[in-house]
Write a protein that binds this ligand. Structure first.
Ligand code: GDP
Ligand code: MG
Length: 172
């Protein structure tokens, strides 16, 4: 079975833990300790291949950059998450992606861009167009609007990044 290490990155409060737990356990829990960084395992089959996923739900504490370097180095695929209710969370991703590309020393790193909390219609500040624009600037990185609460596009996002990792392996 293949081992895939996936890292969930983004500003605090955007829903990294909610998305991870919704994907791994199929439940939505309303509050996680925002400081807890944890890793989860899940076995799935993608396009007929069994994959053993190890998902690191980061806590994005800026001062632990040495640790961040370590897990970015070992990560195979990345979910870059912002919240559609928080403009600055999208801005934060620009620096995070630069950091990922620099540490991986590649511009072909499996990743998806995620605008979470799309169920919060009244609190939405960012439109799908805002995410699409960034994804195009990033060379058409796949972009999803998600709701961890309603399980919208959650599996799709994780499976997309797994497919990208598989594709890279074929080219290796
Ligand atoms: P993290 O700091 O990125 O891990 O964010 P959390 O997963 O802890 O979520 C922060 C807050 O946003 C929590 O109160 C969650 O319940 C809430 N939240 C996360 N995802 C969603 C979502 O898709 N929709 C809504 N309405 N709230 C969400
Ligand atoms: Mg969290």
């Amino acid at each position: 079975m293949r081992d895939y290490k996936i890292v969930v990155l983004g500003a605090g409060g955007v829903g990294k833990s909610s998305l991870t737990v919704q994907f791994v356990q199929g439940v939505y829990i309303d509050s996680y300790d925002p400081t807890i960084e944890d890793s989860y395992r899940k076995q799935i089959e993608v396009d007929g291949r069994a994959c053993d996923l190890e998902i690191l739900d980061t806590a994005g504490v800026a001062q632990f950059t040495a640790m961040r370097e370590l897990y970015i180095k070992s990560g195979k695929g990345f979910l870059l998450v912002y919240s559609v209710t928080d403009e600055s969370s999208l801005q934060e991703l620009l620096a995070l992606r630069d950091q990922v590309l620099r540490i991986k020393d590649s511009d072909n790193v499996p990743m998806v861009l995620i605008g979470n909390k799309c169920d919060l219609i009244d609190e939405r500040i960012l439109n799908p167009q805002d995410g699409i624009k960034i994804s195009e600037n990033w060379g058409r990185v796949p972009f999803y609007e998600t709701s961890a609460m309603h399980k919208t596009n959650v599996d799709e996002s994780f499976i997309d990044v797994v497919r990208q990792i598989m594709r890279n392996e074929v080219n290796e």
